[in-house]
Design a binder for this molecule. Sequence first.
Ligand code: ZN
Length: 166
Amino acid sequence: MGIRCLCIAPHPVLRKKALPVKEFSEATRKLSKDLIDTMYANDGIGLAAPQIGLDVQMFVANPSQKRGQELVWINPVLEPIKGRARIVEGCLSLPDIWERVWRSSHIRIRGFDASGRNVAMEVEGLLAIVLQHEWDHLQGRLFIDRLPWFRRPWVRTRRQMTHACA
Ligand code: ZN
């Protein structure tokens, strides 16, 4: 088990554009396992590497929360296909903030899995929303950025814990 500390906004790593993974190794697989363990330890359905302080292009997702069905995406490229959908979103890096956010309802994603194999799929429903949320993390974006400015919660910059350990 490798449960890592979470970075909480306004931690600066959450605002960096993540760098591509250049080499697939045992360390890549170990990091994907740590992300999965940390996601479950915090009751999440997705978690991106910047949320544990690493600016690399990797995230995990599992909206079903069934063990063994986790998806690992490395160096992903995501494109909207069609439609709009809006659900209430939260984020482990933004505790206690829940807001409805507009996103694409159908997307296409391609990238690599933890072993470096090419993966591509077309996705809709909750998984499409989760993948867009996590992909945003790799661009340095948080879901509150997608809210109209007057609904954007103010994230305190002082006297706030920026790390939390499960
Ligand atoms: Zn998030």
